[in-house]
Design a protein around this ligand. Structure first.
Ligand code: DC
Length: 223
């Protein structure tokens, strides 16, 4: 499995990161949450009061921003220049602005370069929007994970309530649909299923059922 690469793409809240983390753990692979990288830059941009429409100032900021991960203690932590921002990057403000930040072509090019560097030693599960199409076009297995918009909004709602956040299901559904629309219709590498990706619908499946399905695919692929 040392050099086995798995790409998991799909719309927001389809369960990509939960599934990717579990598969990585089961197969002893590294896990990389590429969405978290765009979120870190968004947080840095908001804090620095940058105009997030302005590609060149975001690019300058990214060039002086170190984004790192630590998964040594079971859960994955995300750092912005050494500061733990794992919680901060999930705020509503970041979520509402991350699609805009990730729509800039030059920002994407730098992120993709960083992601490919992390993957160069092989043996990784990456989740995002452009992994199978751009970041890891030669991945051994590509999954396009989908679920109905209603189910995805409900999952996000339950997660938020559990964290004690005050949210409305209608607003969450609306925001999520807006983000999907933006991610699918931007000019720079929009979210789409790679031709050789397998589409998996998780609407009626539990997390474990999705994980087992993917592990079976890996098993088949290896034999
Ligand atoms: O997976 P997420 O919700 O944390 O992703 C945050 C945003 O980042 C999402 O709206 C689209 C963008 N993104 C992207 O454009 N490319 C990726 N590889 C990962 C995320």
């Amino acid at each position: 499995m040392e050099h086995y690469n798995i790409a998991i793409d799909g719309p927001a809240s389809a369960g990509k990161s939960t599934i990717a983390k579990k598969i990585a753990a089961r197969l002893g692979l590294i896990y990389l949450d590429t969405g978290a990288m765009y979120r870190v830059l968004t947080l840095a941009g908001i804090r620095g009061k940058l105009n997030l429409e302005n590609e060149s100032s975001l690019l300058d900021l990214l060039n002086e921003t170190q984004i790192s991960f630590d998964q040594s203690k079971g859960e994955q932590k995300v750092f912005l220049n050494g500061e733990d921002v794992t919680e901060a990057i999930r705020s509503l403000d970041v979520t509402q602005n991350v699609s805009l930040v990730s729509s800039h072509e030059k920002v994407r090019a730098e992120m993709v370069a960083r992601q490919q560097k992390i993957a160069q030693d092989g043996g990784i599960v990456m989740d995002g929007r452009d992994i199978g199409t751009v970041v890891l076009p030669n991945a051994d297995l590509k999954i396009y994970l989908v679920a109905s918009a209603e189910e995805r909004a409900l999952r996000r709602y339950r997660e938020s309530i559990e964290k004690g956040m005050d949210v409305s299901l209608d607003k969450l559904t609306e925001d999520m649909k807006a983000r999907d629309h933006y991610d699918m219709n931007r000019e720079a590498s929009p979210l789409r299923k790679a031709e050789d990706a397998v589409e998996l619908d998780s609407t009626k499946l539990s997390i474990d059922e999705v994980v087992e399905t993917v592990l079976e695919m890996v098993e088949k692929d290896k034999n």
